[in-house]
Write a protein that binds this ligand. Structure first.
Ligand code: F6R
Length: 614
């Protein structure tokens, strides 16, 4: 939700800001803007509704001078996504500029107070109120700009990552964070500020992750200083980035989403590399080693997540119950946090999150922490807020996911959940050695099997062509394939804007069957396994009502082939791992349909990748 970027040093700030904003565009893309401090008298501000490229076109030949600047790419919360509401926002006198990711919840009260004191506002945003508040403190109290920022932040409620520049102090950027991420890159006599490390990685590997309620004073001449909003000095902890620049490029693919679908063999391999060995018969997740006893003895596991990660959590429920025999509840973080749920000390709460920054998941974790539960994270982004608040966890190691629709993040989350459940099942003695060893062999074979599956891309594209004009679609599955039906439906709707629903196959006759006619494509997971015959009956029910069946089947299946309109084969595997393989054809179907419908695959309308507001 919104990306912010800043630069101060000896280089020209403009290219750094624009490149940085393009990298952060996945966080929001309805408007963009930059402020460049040319000198103490000249501050150039450019803002535009639309994408970063629209901003660049708008700037054209205008002055882009200056070694100091801040920028923003927006996902609108307060106020329409137009030129005026785009960031940066500025003080009444235009001397202070601010970019913001988050929400100032008490902006209305502050706005009324400032209006009484003579401030007038140009925009409908909460952010403009904050910059006016800083101006009010700065001018009335005669304090430094950093002190004005600190004092103001003590007055606001909500979430923020901000970067502020002021004409009076052209050698400084003041930044702060609370519940929205912020990273500072430390170079040679230069500093970078960004919502994540992607705009920084090509310039420096040395970064400082700002903690909640910390303020960073980035001073070109005097270096980096960090204080808390309570004004306590903090020594900056510089970490080295592992991120590689190539991971952020499309690498010859037309879209990031397609690249990320194709990266799954590698991503899944990375998610289990060094963590299991089939020939030696072991699984070992270093990140949770010290907590295995606690997890094995937990009364209950609560998995919290949002969106696609919630679907991974649903698959995890099958894994932990089946393999480790521990009761599991899977919760939407946004519901859980406001439900006054019963959380006990002996509960283990697992947060699943690609970004590690989702506001609702973070808030739910904080609540569970306050009740004394053990917190685990299954997170992709290293060093993210969720990875830091949890007691322990396992990274998914999927690598950066830039496409807004989650693909490799999902399949690696499911892989890590399977490994965790197997490790705990082994410890509890609830999984036989034979099954454990067989699963290890199947896990190791997953990357190769996905590679084979990806060879069906052209064939799947052909099926997509047939259904690209559908207005609705149903996705059906049973058992651990049911969450894959939900995920298939989510992928299709979010990138192609076709209305789609996922259902447990047997639930169809309790309502959705009324929707079926000759126009309705029904995607069904009908792989060999305990539910096979039942799913075949459900397919017959659809066919009897003239629905179109696109079935995902196990390689070599003949029975479903005969009744389905189309079939997509996936390699044979243990039923536990079917969710991972069955996901891939649905990703490809959605991708191709979205491309054929000329939708913006990597940046679907109204969405943002990292949902840092509730
Ligand atoms: C859909 C998608 C979203 C995210 C959700 C949670 O393709 O990507 O539904 O899964 O916003 O995000 P994370 O996993 O970052 O917590």
């Amino acid at each position: 939700m919104c990306g912010i970027v800043g630069y101060i040093g000896n280089k020209k700030a403009y290219p750094v800001l624009i490149k940085g904003l393009s990298r952060l565009e996945y966080r929001g893309y309805d408007s963009a803007g930059i402020a460049l401090l040319e000198n103490q008298d000249k501050l150039n501000v450019y803002k535009r509704a639309g994408k970063v490229q629209d901003l660049v076109d708008y700037i054209g030949d205008s002055s882009t001078e200056g070694n100091v600047g801040i920028g923003h790419t927006r996902w609108a919360t307060h106020g329409l996504p137009n030129d005026t509401n785009a960031h940066p926002h500025f003080s009444s006198d235009g001397n202070i500029m601010l970019v913001h990711n988050g929400i100032i919840e008490n902006y209305d009260i502050i706005k009324k107070e400032l209006t009484k004191r003579g401030h007038s506002f140009q925009t409908e945003t909460d952010t403009e109120v904050l910059v006016h508040l800083i101006e009010e403190v700065y001018k009335k109290s005669g304090v430094s700009i950093e002190e004005a920022v600190r004092t103001s932040l003590n007055e606001v409620h909500g979430a923020y990552a901000i970067a502020v520049i002021c004409k009076d102090t052209p050698d400084k950027i003041i930044c702060a964070r609370k519940s929205s991420p912020l990273v500072i890159g430390v170079g040679e006599d230069e500093y970078y500020v960004a919502s994540d490390a992607t705009p920084i990685v090509e310039y420096t590997k040395n970064v400082v992750y700002l903690e909640d309620e910390q303020i960073a004073i980035v001073d070109k001449n005097n270096g980096l200083r960090i204080i808390s909003i309570a004004n306590v000095e903090v020594s900056p902890y510089i970490q080295e980035l592992e991120l590689q620049l190539e991971e952020l490029e499309k690498g010859g693919y037309e879209h990031f989403m397609l690249k990320e679908i194709y990266e799954q063999p590698r991503a899944i391999h990375d998610s289990f590399r060094g963590r299991l060995n089939a020939s030696e018969g072991w699984i070992s997740l270093g990140g949770i080693k010290d907590y295995e006893e606690q997890i094995a003895n937990a009364d209950r596991i609560i998995i919290i997540a949002c969106g696609t990660s919630w679907h991974a959590g649903l698959v995890g429920e099958y894994y932990f119950e089946d393999l480790a025999r521990i009761p599991v509840e899977v919760e939407y973080a946004s519901e859980f946090r406001y439900r006054n749920p019963v959380i006990r000390k002996n509960d283990v709460v697992i947060a699943v999150s690609q970004s590690g920054e989702t506001a609702d998941t973070m808030a739910a974790l904080k609540m569970a922490k306050a009740e004394g539960a053990t917190l685990l994270g299954i997170v992709n982004v290293v060093g993210s807020s969720i990875s830091r608040i949890t007691d322990a966890g396992s990274y998914t190691h999927a690598g950066p996911e830039i496409g807004v629709a989650s693909t490799k993040a999902f399949t690696t989350q499911v892989t890590v959940l399977a490994m965790m459940a197997m490790a705990i099942g082994k410890k509890r003695g609830t999984i036989s050695d034979k099954r454990f060893n067989n699963l290890l062999i199947e896990m190791e074979a997953l990357p190769t099997k996905i590679e084979k599956l990806l060879k069906s891309n052209d064939y799947i594209q052909g099926i997509a062509e047939i259904y690209k004009d559908a207005s609705n679609a149903l996705f059906l599955g049973r058992g651990s394939a049911f969450p894959i039906a939900l995920e298939g439906a989510l992928k299709l709707k979010e990138i192609s804007y076709i209305h789609a629903e996922g259902y447990p196959a047997a639930e169809m006759k309790h309502g959705p069957i009324a929707l079926i006619d000759e126009e309705m494509p029904v995607f069904v997971i009908a792989t060999k396994g305990p539910h096979y015959e039942k799913v075949v009956s459900n397919i017959q029910e659809v066919k009897a009502r003239k629905g179109k069946i696109i079935a995902v089947v196990t390689k070599g299946d003949t029975a479903v082939r005969e009744i389905a309109d189309h079939f997509i084969e996936i390699p044979d595997t243990d039923d536990v791992l079917v969710p991972i393989l069955a996901t891939v054809p649905f990703q490809l179907i959605s991708y191709h349909i979205a491309v054929m419908r000329e939708c913006n695959v990597d940046q679907p309308r109204n969405l943002a990748k990292s949902v840092t507001v509730e």
